[in-house]
Write a protein that binds this ligand. Structure first.
Ligand code: NAP
Ligand code: 12T
Length: 339
């Protein structure tokens, strides 16, 4: 449990990565009460420094006693590192907010999106999991609809940016794009196929049931966060040549009829959601406009005319912010509030 203090010693593990970088910025922007910031990455980053509030901070490597004196650690260094180091950190009295998939479905670990299930933070035992980026933005929108009309089933298709995979993938999209425009041969290192000018129906590993791990994360994590196993979810996750922000097409079947105007009203009142929906003026959420924003934007809200009680909508959010760093920092803020 986090003890009440004026200011906290905070660590970012994976500080040099795409998410870690965003975590440092988010902590600064939201004026998180920090007494001391500790930054960790791999041996490759030894000797590097990173800026926070105008000062340079050294990047350290992880050791058994690294977490002594640290109150809160935000992890985003991959599942393998979280598997080893999150329990080490928790054992030394630190509260871990983990961004990897390692602990999300563990029944001992709360999986939290503050707008949806902040109360689950009460039963943590030292590790709290941050959901998958595609799941976070979806549940922020599903929760108010579920409360108003009970959701039976969701069919989701994602259009996910390369920053979800990390820095190397952003470099690969840029490099392939410039190479192709200069009639040079391209290299594929991060993804199995060309990502520039292409769409890949493949995110994370394929599983025995024919779905990808990313698709099953959306199915399983949604039920856990919403605290309702009866919600049916089926997903197709697609990587698109976009740098930042995930877009999602949602088809939602409800128990109670919601008209598109009712849905718009429910979503307008929801925390963390912005209704951005005026198609007659070409107004709908766009990845390039949502980059750097905190909210999940919703547009194209319309009734599914093929069923009695169904809605279609298009949602966009910044995967590095609400999908990762911001949600983790909001969890830390809630912990401080509850301490
Ligand atoms: P990234 O840009 O590739 O960064 C990876 C970070 O992990 C770097 O800081 C790297 O340090 C560090 N790291 C690698 N091996 C390490 C080790 N042995 N010890 C300590 N640090 C190590 O990836 P990213 O996009 O930021 O993602 C990082 C992780 O966050 C992912 O693996 C994923 O689990 C999670 N994530 C979650 C979401 C979500 O949906 N909520 C979204 C994206 C990512 P060096 O620079 O020294 O190599
Ligand atoms: N493979 O944290 O490649 O479970 O976009 C997030 C993003 C895993 C995760 C990606 C991934 C996660 C990706």
């Amino acid at each position: 449990m986090l003890k009440k203090k004026e200011k906290y010693v905070v660590a970012v593990v994976g500080a040099t990565g795409a998410v870690g970088n965003e975590m440092i910025d988010t902590l600064e922007q939201r004026k998180f009460p920090i007494e001391k910031l500790r930054l960790f990455a791999s041996e490759r980053s030894e000797g590097k420094t990173l800026e926070f509030e105008g000062s340079e901070f050294p990047v350290e490597t992880l050791k058994e006693d690294s977490f002594k004196g640290i109150d809160i650690a935000l992890f985003s260094a991959g599942a393998e590192r979280s598997k080893i180091w999150a329990p080490v950190a928790a054992k030394s009295g630190c509260v871990v907010v983990d961004n990897s998939s390692q602990w999300r479905m563990n029944p001992e670990v709360p999986l939290v999106v503050p707008e949806v299930n902040a109360l689950d933070l009460k039963w943590h035992k030292g590790i709290i999991a941050n959901p998958n980026c595609s799941t976070i933005q979806m549940v922020v929108v599903l929760k108010p609809i579920h409360d108003a009309a009970r959701i039976r089933r969701v069919v989701v298709t994602t259009f996910q940016s390369v920053s979800g995979t990390g820095k190397k993938a952003m470099d690969e999209l840029l490099q392939q794009t410039t190479d192709l425009l200069n009639f040079r041969e391209i290299k594929c290192n991060v993804y199995p196929h060309q990502i520039a000018f292409n769409c890949l129906p493949h995110i994370d590993k394929f599983l025995d049931n024919g779905y990808t791990k990313e698709e099953m994360k959306m199915v399983n994590e949604t039920k856990k966060i919403m605290g309702d196993n009866s919600i049916g979810v089926t997903a197709t996750t697609v990587r698109v040549p976009v740098f930042r922000c995930h877009s999602e097409s949602l088809n939602i079947e409800t128990e109670k009829k919601l008209t598109s105007n009712e849905a718009r009203a429910v979503l307008s009142a929801a925390q963390g959601v912005v209704v951005y929906d005026a198609p007659e003026k070409n107004v709908y959420p766009l990845a390039i406009e949502c980059a750097g924003k905190d909210e999940t934007y919703v547009g194209r809200i319309r009734e599914d005319e093929s069923i009695e009680k169904g809605l279609n909508m298009w949602i966009v959010s910044d995967n590095l912010r609400k999908g990762a760093a911001l949600n983790a920092v909001q969890i830390a803020e809630k912990l401080v509030e509850m301490a």
